[in-house]
Write a protein that binds this ligand. Structure first.
Ligand SMILES: [Zn+2]
Length: 279
Protein backbone atom coordinates (compact mmCIF):
# COMPACT_ATOMS: atom_id res chain seq x y z
CA UNK A 1 0.00 0.00 0.00
CA UNK A 2 1.22 3.50 -0.83
CA UNK A 3 2.82 5.51 1.92
CA UNK A 4 0.77 8.65 2.64
CA UNK A 5 2.07 12.06 3.54
CA UNK A 6 0.15 12.78 6.69
CA UNK A 7 -0.23 16.18 8.27
CA UNK A 8 -2.00 17.34 11.40
CA UNK A 9 -3.69 20.40 12.81
CA UNK A 10 -4.49 21.04 16.45
CA UNK A 11 -8.22 21.85 16.52
CA UNK A 12 -8.55 22.17 20.29
CA UNK A 13 -6.09 21.73 23.18
CA UNK A 14 -4.69 18.21 22.61
CA UNK A 15 -7.16 17.31 19.82
CA UNK A 16 -5.41 16.85 16.48
CA UNK A 17 -6.98 16.38 13.07
CA UNK A 18 -4.78 13.98 11.08
CA UNK A 19 -5.31 13.65 7.35
CA UNK A 20 -3.43 13.56 4.03
CA UNK A 21 -3.74 14.98 0.51
CA UNK A 22 -4.93 11.64 -0.85
CA UNK A 23 -7.99 11.85 1.39
CA UNK A 24 -9.41 14.91 -0.38
CA UNK A 25 -12.40 14.01 -2.56
CA UNK A 26 -13.73 17.07 -4.44
CA UNK A 27 -15.14 19.15 -1.57
CA UNK A 28 -15.18 16.55 1.19
CA UNK A 29 -12.19 15.21 3.06
CA UNK A 30 -11.48 12.23 5.26
CA UNK A 31 -10.12 12.95 8.73
CA UNK A 32 -9.05 11.01 11.76
CA UNK A 33 -8.62 12.64 15.19
CA UNK A 34 -6.04 12.05 17.88
CA UNK A 35 -7.04 13.03 21.41
CA UNK A 36 -3.95 13.18 23.56
CA UNK A 37 -3.93 12.70 27.32
CA UNK A 38 -1.06 12.56 29.80
CA UNK A 39 -1.00 8.76 29.96
CA UNK A 40 -2.80 7.61 26.84
CA UNK A 41 -4.15 8.86 23.53
CA UNK A 42 -7.13 7.79 21.47
CA UNK A 43 -7.13 7.79 17.67
CA UNK A 44 -10.67 8.06 16.34
CA UNK A 45 -10.99 6.31 12.97
CA UNK A 46 -8.40 4.89 10.62
CA UNK A 47 -9.10 6.66 7.33
CA UNK A 48 -9.12 5.17 3.87
CA UNK A 49 -6.53 2.61 2.76
CA UNK A 50 -3.43 4.18 4.23
CA UNK A 51 -0.08 3.01 5.37
CA UNK A 52 1.83 4.62 8.20
CA UNK A 53 -1.13 6.14 10.08
CA UNK A 54 -0.37 4.28 13.30
CA UNK A 55 3.26 5.36 13.21
CA UNK A 56 2.31 8.98 12.54
CA UNK A 57 -0.27 9.05 15.34
CA UNK A 58 2.12 7.31 17.70
CA UNK A 59 4.84 9.91 17.13
CA UNK A 60 2.43 12.77 17.64
CA UNK A 61 1.00 11.21 20.80
CA UNK A 62 4.20 10.21 22.61
CA UNK A 63 2.02 7.94 24.80
CA UNK A 64 0.27 4.62 23.93
CA UNK A 65 -2.42 5.04 21.25
CA UNK A 66 -5.75 3.20 21.39
CA UNK A 67 -7.72 2.93 18.12
CA UNK A 68 -11.47 3.61 18.40
CA UNK A 69 -13.81 3.59 15.39
CA UNK A 70 -16.78 5.95 15.10
CA UNK A 71 -18.41 3.26 12.91
CA UNK A 72 -17.48 0.42 10.60
CA UNK A 73 -17.50 1.97 7.11
CA UNK A 74 -14.52 1.50 4.77
CA UNK A 75 -13.47 5.18 4.77
CA UNK A 76 -13.02 5.05 8.56
CA UNK A 77 -11.25 1.75 8.85
CA UNK A 78 -8.41 1.78 6.27
CA UNK A 79 -5.48 1.37 8.66
CA UNK A 80 -7.18 -0.87 11.24
CA UNK A 81 -4.78 -3.73 10.64
CA UNK A 82 -1.78 -1.58 11.59
CA UNK A 83 -3.10 -1.89 15.15
CA UNK A 84 -3.16 -5.00 17.31
CA UNK A 85 -6.46 -3.98 18.91
CA UNK A 86 -9.47 -1.95 17.87
CA UNK A 87 -12.52 -0.73 19.82
CA UNK A 88 -15.91 -0.44 18.09
CA UNK A 89 -19.61 -0.69 18.95
CA UNK A 90 -20.68 -4.37 18.74
CA UNK A 91 -23.33 -3.61 16.06
CA UNK A 92 -20.66 -2.12 13.78
CA UNK A 93 -18.15 -4.85 14.56
CA UNK A 94 -20.53 -6.96 12.43
CA UNK A 95 -19.85 -4.84 9.32
CA UNK A 96 -16.15 -4.23 9.95
CA UNK A 97 -14.14 -5.18 6.85
CA UNK A 98 -17.35 -6.09 4.94
CA UNK A 99 -17.97 -4.91 1.45
CA UNK A 100 -20.78 -2.33 1.62
CA UNK A 101 -20.20 -1.06 -1.88
CA UNK A 102 -20.06 -3.42 -4.85
CA UNK A 103 -16.61 -2.59 -6.21
CA UNK A 104 -14.82 -2.83 -2.89
CA UNK A 105 -13.35 -6.12 -1.83
CA UNK A 106 -13.97 -7.36 1.71
CA UNK A 107 -10.99 -7.14 4.01
CA UNK A 108 -9.88 -9.56 6.66
CA UNK A 109 -9.49 -7.77 9.99
CA UNK A 110 -6.44 -8.96 11.87
CA UNK A 111 -6.75 -6.50 14.80
CA UNK A 112 -8.42 -7.91 17.93
CA UNK A 113 -11.91 -6.44 18.18
CA UNK A 114 -13.19 -5.04 21.51
CA UNK A 115 -16.65 -3.68 22.30
CA UNK A 116 -17.35 -0.07 23.11
CA UNK A 117 -20.77 1.42 23.72
CA UNK A 118 -22.70 4.18 25.47
CA UNK A 119 -21.72 4.58 29.10
CA UNK A 120 -18.12 3.50 28.51
CA UNK A 121 -15.34 5.93 29.36
CA UNK A 122 -11.84 6.16 27.95
CA UNK A 123 -9.44 7.34 30.63
CA UNK A 124 -6.47 9.20 29.20
CA UNK A 125 -4.92 10.52 32.40
CA UNK A 126 -5.82 14.18 32.55
CA UNK A 127 -8.94 13.80 30.43
CA UNK A 128 -11.76 11.29 29.96
CA UNK A 129 -13.71 10.60 26.79
CA UNK A 130 -17.35 9.56 27.17
CA UNK A 131 -19.04 7.31 24.62
CA UNK A 132 -22.56 7.94 23.26
CA UNK A 133 -24.49 5.76 20.78
CA UNK A 134 -26.16 7.33 17.77
CA UNK A 135 -28.12 4.90 15.61
CA UNK A 136 -28.82 6.23 12.12
CA UNK A 137 -25.87 6.35 9.75
CA UNK A 138 -25.17 2.80 10.94
CA UNK A 139 -26.61 0.64 13.73
CA UNK A 140 -23.53 1.09 15.89
CA UNK A 141 -22.25 4.63 15.29
CA UNK A 142 -20.78 6.38 18.32
CA UNK A 143 -19.64 9.89 19.20
CA UNK A 144 -17.04 10.76 21.82
CA UNK A 145 -17.35 13.67 24.24
CA UNK A 146 -14.28 15.44 25.61
CA UNK A 147 -15.44 17.45 28.61
CA UNK A 148 -12.03 19.12 29.02
CA UNK A 149 -12.32 21.09 25.79
CA UNK A 150 -16.12 20.81 25.39
CA UNK A 151 -15.69 19.00 22.08
CA UNK A 152 -17.54 16.19 20.31
CA UNK A 153 -15.80 13.81 17.92
CA UNK A 154 -18.74 12.89 15.74
CA UNK A 155 -17.73 10.53 12.91
CA UNK A 156 -20.53 10.63 10.31
CA UNK A 157 -23.32 11.23 12.83
CA UNK A 158 -23.11 15.01 13.33
CA UNK A 159 -21.89 16.39 10.04
CA UNK A 160 -22.79 18.28 6.87
CA UNK A 161 -23.10 15.29 4.55
CA UNK A 162 -25.70 13.02 6.05
CA UNK A 163 -25.85 9.74 4.18
CA UNK A 164 -28.88 7.86 5.47
CA UNK A 165 -27.65 4.84 3.61
CA UNK A 166 -29.95 2.21 5.11
CA UNK A 167 -33.18 4.23 4.96
CA UNK A 168 -35.87 2.72 7.16
CA UNK A 169 -33.64 0.15 8.80
CA UNK A 170 -33.03 2.70 11.57
CA UNK A 171 -36.05 4.95 12.16
CA UNK A 172 -35.12 8.59 11.73
CA UNK A 173 -37.12 9.61 14.81
CA UNK A 174 -34.71 7.44 16.79
CA UNK A 175 -31.73 9.09 15.02
CA UNK A 176 -33.06 12.57 15.88
CA UNK A 177 -33.73 11.44 19.45
CA UNK A 178 -30.13 10.22 19.80
CA UNK A 179 -28.82 13.48 18.32
CA UNK A 180 -30.87 15.52 20.83
CA UNK A 181 -29.52 13.35 23.64
CA UNK A 182 -25.97 14.55 22.90
CA UNK A 183 -27.23 18.08 22.22
CA UNK A 184 -27.84 18.25 26.01
CA UNK A 185 -24.09 18.00 26.64
CA UNK A 186 -22.05 21.12 27.30
CA UNK A 187 -20.00 21.40 24.09
CA UNK A 188 -18.92 24.24 21.83
CA UNK A 189 -17.45 22.48 18.80
CA UNK A 190 -17.79 19.30 16.74
CA UNK A 191 -14.95 17.49 14.94
CA UNK A 192 -16.56 15.64 12.03
CA UNK A 193 -14.95 13.05 9.80
CA UNK A 194 -15.40 14.85 6.50
CA UNK A 195 -14.75 18.57 7.13
CA UNK A 196 -11.53 20.23 8.22
CA UNK A 197 -13.12 22.84 10.46
CA UNK A 198 -15.12 22.67 13.68
CA UNK A 199 -18.88 22.59 13.34
CA UNK A 200 -20.89 24.69 15.82
CA UNK A 201 -23.15 23.34 18.58
CA UNK A 202 -26.16 24.43 16.54
CA UNK A 203 -25.23 21.87 13.87
CA UNK A 204 -27.46 19.23 15.46
CA UNK A 205 -30.64 21.29 15.31
CA UNK A 206 -29.65 22.70 11.92
CA UNK A 207 -29.42 19.12 10.63
CA UNK A 208 -32.78 18.14 12.11
CA UNK A 209 -34.48 21.28 10.74
CA UNK A 210 -33.11 20.91 7.21
CA UNK A 211 -33.61 17.15 6.99
CA UNK A 212 -37.15 17.24 8.41
CA UNK A 213 -38.20 19.89 5.95
CA UNK A 214 -36.40 18.25 3.02
CA UNK A 215 -37.93 14.81 3.56
CA UNK A 216 -41.30 16.41 2.80
CA UNK A 217 -40.31 19.01 0.24
CA UNK A 218 -37.17 18.13 -1.72
CA UNK A 219 -37.60 17.04 -5.33
CA UNK A 220 -34.02 16.09 -6.18
CA UNK A 221 -33.33 12.46 -7.00
CA UNK A 222 -29.91 10.96 -7.64
CA UNK A 223 -28.34 7.58 -8.31
CA UNK A 224 -25.53 6.32 -6.10
CA UNK A 225 -23.94 3.08 -7.28
CA UNK A 226 -27.05 1.98 -9.11
CA UNK A 227 -29.48 2.75 -6.28
CA UNK A 228 -32.02 5.58 -6.35
CA UNK A 229 -31.89 8.16 -3.57
CA UNK A 230 -33.64 11.42 -2.89
CA UNK A 231 -31.45 14.29 -1.84
CA UNK A 232 -31.92 17.32 0.37
CA UNK A 233 -29.55 20.21 -0.26
CA UNK A 234 -29.24 23.33 1.83
CA UNK A 235 -26.98 26.37 1.39
CA UNK A 236 -25.24 27.70 -1.70
CA UNK A 237 -22.64 24.93 -1.81
CA UNK A 238 -19.94 23.38 0.37
CA UNK A 239 -18.32 26.81 0.92
CA UNK A 240 -21.44 27.84 2.82
CA UNK A 241 -20.97 26.93 6.50
CA UNK A 242 -24.67 26.00 6.67
CA UNK A 243 -24.37 23.58 3.75
CA UNK A 244 -26.20 20.29 4.31
CA UNK A 245 -26.39 17.38 1.90
CA UNK A 246 -28.74 14.60 3.03
CA UNK A 247 -29.59 11.53 0.98
CA UNK A 248 -31.70 8.46 1.67
CA UNK A 249 -33.13 5.65 -0.50
CA UNK A 250 -36.28 6.75 -2.38
CA UNK A 251 -38.06 3.61 -1.22
CA UNK A 252 -37.72 4.76 2.39
CA UNK A 253 -39.25 8.20 1.91
CA UNK A 254 -42.91 7.67 2.86
CA UNK A 255 -41.91 5.88 6.04
CA UNK A 256 -39.37 8.62 6.84
CA UNK A 257 -42.19 11.19 6.61
CA UNK A 258 -44.20 9.29 9.23
CA UNK A 259 -41.14 9.02 11.48
CA UNK A 260 -40.36 12.75 11.18
CA UNK A 261 -43.99 13.57 12.02
CA UNK A 262 -43.81 11.30 15.04
CA UNK A 263 -40.60 12.96 16.25
CA UNK A 264 -41.94 16.49 15.83
CA UNK A 265 -45.19 15.64 17.61
CA UNK A 266 -43.82 13.71 20.55
CA UNK A 267 -40.38 15.13 21.36
CA UNK A 268 -41.18 18.76 22.20
CA UNK A 269 -38.41 19.63 19.73
CA UNK A 270 -37.59 23.32 19.25
CA UNK A 271 -36.30 24.26 15.81
CA UNK A 272 -33.58 26.93 15.54
CA UNK A 273 -35.16 28.85 12.67
CA UNK A 274 -38.48 29.42 14.35
CA UNK A 275 -37.23 29.46 17.91
CA UNK A 276 -40.42 27.63 18.75
CA UNK A 277 -41.92 24.24 18.22
CA UNK A 278 -41.84 22.95 14.67
CA UNK A 279 -45.32 23.03 13.05
ZN1 LIG B 1 -19.90 6.19 7.19
Amino acid sequence: MKKRHFFHEEMRDGIFLISCKEWEMSTATINTYLIRGKEKAVLVDAGLGASGLREYAQQLAGVPVQLVLSHGHFDHTGAVNEFEDVWIHPEDALILGKNIIKFLPSKKITARIHNLREGDELLLGDRTLQVYDIQGHTAGSIVLYDKKTKTLISGDSICRRVFYIDGNKYPINRFFHDLMKVDQLDFTGVCSAHDRFLLPKTQIRHMIDVISDGIFNSNITIRILGRKYFQVKYGIGPEDPEFIDFSAPIASREQLKLEVDDFLKKSGYQSIQKGGSYE
